[in-house]
Design a protein around this ligand. Structure first.
Ligand code: NAG
Ligand code: NAG
Ligand code: NAG
Ligand code: NAG
Length: 337
């Protein structure tokens, strides 16, 4: 009854453009959410603080979803966090050195041969591993790096695998990576190339925390011959690689709102398009167009399978959206002999 009434209010507010101070979630909703998400708060004060943030997020989600956007939001597992908290917990907070030189190279149009109109590497069994969860650690870069190397190795040798993020977190500091404080996939592969291999997830499991390097060189299962950095800003270069070779690691800027993504083509007027602002690394596994012809990338995230579309999101293509073409790269596997 109450819920129906509230829904009616939300509907009315959308019609009349009243987006503030309409209660779109109740205390019962929060209790339910707390239970569903297995949350525990140490005291009543913390509970009330989280409830207030939840209400604020519920307002934003409802207002956004009533606004006719190309994507929708929802109250997911991050619904009790402000963007600032979310950023400090999960995103990379220092600017990354995206290109080898740090210099903005001229925008060159890569020679794009025929590429398929759409692509989804998940269609090929064993190429894309299951969606993983980085937890409360800014280790996105390590998941993007393992995800891409898993795919490249599987495409070359036909072996499905899970590679060790923890090895990269614990051991790749010498290549400008900083464990839970950030890093870059290209720099992770430079490390793997140098150390001559990476272990499996099973042998060197994820802890979600910084830790001492415990690499055992007799347990390596995947290798990097070299690293290909796609020219900064060259989104066609990403298309060429994803369409004809393999998935590609990218980095982009996550801004407020993205944490609540549910489905559809993400697009933002708030985010920047330069490498200075990128704060999250992910894996492009394909591309396509939605019903209205808006082109998008299919992207694998590392926030668990319940976030977004089974752990994936779509982001608008051909606009260097949020700087997604600033730090794109992929590794080359050893020669297939
Ligand atoms: C690719 O970029 C990384 C840093 O992101 C750099 O260390 C490496 O030298 C670059 N590789 C090439 C072939 O330019
Ligand atoms: C990778 O890990 C997932 C989750 O633990 C598991 O379901 C899957 O079977 C693993 N894949 C391989 C090839 O070991
Ligand atoms: C960027 O590169 C410089 C020079 O190699 C290094 O000192 C700095 O720590 C790097 N920054 C990050 C965020 O890795
Ligand atoms: C490294 O792995 C090998 C093979 O599994 C094992 O025999 C050896 O004890 C390991 N070394 C260390 C230091 O754990």
């Amino acid at each position: 009854m109450t819920r129906l009434f509230l829904l009616a209010l939300v509907g009315l507010s959308a019609v009349f453009g009243l987006t503030t101070s309409v209660p779109v979630a109740s205390r019962e909703d929060f209790h339910l959410w707390v239970k569903e998400n297995g949350k525990t708060y140490h005291d009543e004060k913390e509970f009330e603080r989280r409830f207030a943030i939840f209400l604020q997020n519920a307002q934003e989600v409802a207002a956004h979803n009533a606004g006719g956007h190309s994507y929708q939001l929802e109250l997911n597992k991050f619904a009790d966090l402000t963007f600032e908290e979310f950023r400090d917990m999960i995103l990379m907070t220092t600017p990354q050195n995206c290109s080898a030189t740090g210099q903005k190279k001229p925008r060159v149009q890569s020679r794009v041969g025929p590429v398929p109109a759409k692509k989804d590497w998940r269609d090929r069994p064993g190429v894309v591993s299951g969606v993983k969860d980085q937890g409360h650690c800014g280790s996105c870069w390590s998941f993007s790096a393992t995800g891409c190397l898993e795919s490249v190795t599987a495409i070359t040798f036909g072996a499905a695998m899970n590679l060790s993020e923890q090895q990269l977190i614990g051991c790749a500091q010498g290549f400008n990576n900083h464990g839970c404080e950030g890093g870059l996939p290209s720099q992770a592969w430079e490390y793997v190339k140098w150390t001559q291999g990476i272990e499996s997830e099973k042998d060197y499991p994820y802890t979600g925390k910084d830790g001492k390097c415990a690499f055992n060189s007799s347990k390596t299962i995947a290798y990097v011959r070299d690293v290909v950095n796609i020219t900064q800003g060259d989104e066609d270069g990403i298309l060429q690689a994803v369409g004809t070779l393999n998935p590609v690691s990218i980095a982009y800027q996550v801004v407020a709102g993205f944490q609540h993504y549910k489905k559809g083509v993400y697009s933002s007027k708030l985010c920047h398009h330069d490498q200075e602002h990128v704060n999250h690394a992910v894996l492009v596994v394909g591309y396509g167009e939605d019903e209205s012809g808006v082109p998008y990338w299919i992207v694998k995230n590392s926030w668990g399978p319940k976030w977004g579309m089974d752990g994936y999101f779509w982001i608008e293509r051909n606009k260097n959206m949020c700087g997604l073409a600033e730090c794109a790269a992929y590794p080359l596997p050893p020669d297939d002999k």
